[in-house]
Design a protein around this ligand. Structure first.
Ligand code: SF4
Length: 493
């Protein structure tokens, strides 16, 4: 019997690993690699696009006025082809799971409810896989997770492997799936370097320790996969599928250097990293990342809370002092400007609201710490503030659930606004003073007469240019001003 498996990518966002465009996640690639014959690939955008065109035959993704339809812009084929692929799909393997929900500029992950609705009229054998099977999925912070309902899928199929030797043939074979993904010239491919959390007991809210025991993937496997992906046209990569890149191979600097030097020798256009545990950040390893990565990379540090009571109650991974020391170290070594206009390597800070033990004083404590960063003259590329989603299986779910979110939620909007105005804006003025030239930004979406652009990378700054530029192309800009989480700029090339 011919294998007619079709993948439906609803996109994934996990504590370790991002698969929302422009990122290409590992899940669809690995799942594709399980099959001898390459599966067809659809994105959730295809289902939406089909529905739009059935309702409004002349609908377009990027109308001349108004906003680009980001929810359908990553569709992979025409409505007729989407219909044909769906008719032949057997089974349709749905990949879903957003567990660290964020704001996405040019894509919208699919929810279980939405997928069920969009597929309701089709008679299809459906299989569900992805992070959703460990704790559920939720695209909005502070809400309860959606869990798969019995009867919606013929099968819930976890994707498991015992060792990276076992995974490797799937990873290599699945790399071919990127040929079916749109806009690959402007996508960045997430690369796995390890799984699980090296800490004995993880943070209260995190799903990563529930999924895997700690394993590191050896450099041969990683380099082989990146080389294969480059052979298929990929040019930008992020070492993002791991809980902490500084902990790679137990933090062994020699092994980190071997991996980085071999990857850099392949000359990708972008080589960035993600997650860094502040407790593991030191000068030697930071020097290696600065030496081998391309500029504009962000070491996102999951500080989560600067309140020692909250840190204790949730078993968070670093103290106030550790976080500051790590931020200083990355600033000292990575805080110079690279050829694309961005600093070589900067820290990012993640703050999580709604953790156990949180009080209004926690917000004050967090604000005071962020203000100290600013007053000390440090550079922080971005401060990511999220409301926690208590996922089943985590200590937070068992011990507190939504209790602290309910108690404190009313304080969040004003506090976030204060951080954006009093910390973010002066920080952005420091990072990108008026006149700074940023190169090679991709034009991603329109809103009225404004085009929003970003460089391809880990956490690129959002730039608004007051003219309607063709989408999917590259431009250089000069900064003209600062908005709460973005810049204004004029196009120079
Ligand atoms: S350190 Fe905390 S947030 Fe990071 S992977 Fe471990 S449990 Fe998750």
């Amino acid at each position: 019997m011919t294998d007619k498996t079709t993948i439906l990518d609803c996109y994934t966002d996990e504590p370790a690993g991002l698969g929302v465009p422009p990122f290409v996640g590992v899940w669809p690639r690995y799942v594709a690699g399980l099959h001898e014959r390459q599966p067809m690939y659809l994105a959730i955008d295809d289902l939406r696009w089909l529905r739009y065109r059935e309702c409004v035959p002349q609908a377009v993704i990027d109308p001349p006025v108004g906003r680009t339809h980001i929810e359908a812009m990553n569709h992979t084929r025409s409505p007729d082809e989407i219909r044909r692929v769906l008719q032949e799909a057997d089974p349709l393997v749905v990949i879903a799971g957003v567990q660290t929900p964020g704001k996405y500029l040019s894509a919208r992950p699919g929810t279980l409810r939405e997928v069920n609705k969009l597929l309701a009229s089709l008679s299809l054998r459906k299989v569900l896989t992805g992070p959703v099977l460990t704790g559920g999925t939720q695209v909005r912070g502070g809400l309860r997770p959606q869990l798969p309902q019995a009867g919606d899928y013929e099968e819930l199929r976890p994707f498991v492997f015992d060792s990276y030797e076992q995974l490797q043939p799937h990873a290599l074979r699945g790399a071919g799936l990127i040929a079916q993904m749109p806009n690959m010239a402007n996508r960045i491919v997430e690369i796995e370097t390890g799984r699980g959390c090296p800490r004995e007991i993880g943070c209260s809210f995190c799903t990563e320790p529930l999924k895997h025991a700690v394993q590191w993937r050896n450099a041969d496997h990683i380099v082989e996969e990146v080389r294969t992906l480059m052979g298929l046209g990929a040019r930008a990569f992020r070492l993002g599928k791991q809980s902490c890149i500084y902990s790679y191979e137990s933090g062994d600097p020699q092994k980190i250097e071997t991996l980085l030097s071999r990857l850099a020798a392949l000359k990708p256009a972008v080589l960035h990293l993600d997650n860094a545990n502040p407790a593991m950040v030191d000068a030697h390893r930071t020097e290696l990342f600065v030496k081998y990565l391309t500029p504009g990379s962000t070491a996102a540090m999951g500080v989560e809370s600067f309140d020692p009571k909250v840190a204790g109650a949730n078993n968070l991974n670093c103290t106030f002092e550790m976080a500051f020391e790590a931020i200083r170290t990355v600033n000292r070594i990575g805080g110079f400007r690279g050829e694309n206009g961005c600093h070589a390597l900067l820290p990012g800070v993640n703050i999580l609201l709604g953790l156990a033990g949180e009080t209004p004083d926690t917000l004050e404590c967090n604000f005071a710490a962020l203000k100290c960063l600013l007053d000390e003259g440090l550079l922080v590329r971005r401060i990511n503030i999220r409301q926690v989603v208590p996922f089943p299986g985590t200590a937070l779910y068992e011990q507190a659930g939504q209790k602290y979110l309910r108690m404190n939620r009313r304080h969040y909007p004003a506090w976030i606004e204060r951080v954006r105005r009093e910390i973010d804006m002066p920080m952005l003025e420091r990072l990108f003073p008026v006149g700074t030239v940023l190169s090679d930004l991709c034009s991603e979406v329109h809103n009225g007469g404004t085009t929003f652009l970003r460089q391809i990378g880990s956490y690129p700054i959002l730039v608004a240019v007051p003219e309607r530029l063709a989408l999917g192309e590259r431009f250089d800009v000069r900064v003209t001003g600062v908005l709460p989480r973005s810049l204004t700029a004029e196009r120079i090339r």
